[in-house]
Design a binder for this molecule. Structure first.
Ligand SMILES: [Zn+2]
Length: 69
């Protein structure tokens, strides 16, 4: 039973690690006080004003990649 929980934890951890790695290797999005999706003003270190914009931006990027650039 504890083995099962450990497996689930490690699976979640792998998913998070993959997400972090993808974010780190993403072609440089520079923080510039603007949301990269809707251009709303944000704090310097933020790329998006909220998680919706981040998700929409990623969805858009994936759609572009699927369409072969
Ligand atoms: Zn935004």
């Amino acid at each position: 039973m504890s083995d099962h929980a450990d497996n689930a934890d490690s699976k979640i951890y792998q998913t998070i690690s993959a997400g972090v790695a993808a974010a780190r290797s993403a072609p440089a999005l520079q923080a510039d006080f603007r949301c990269h999706f809707c251009e709303e003003e944000v704090q310097l270190e933020l790329l998006f004003c909220n998680s919706d914009c981040r998700d929409d931006y990623e969805r858009l990027n994936q759609a572009i990649r699927r369409n072969g650039n």
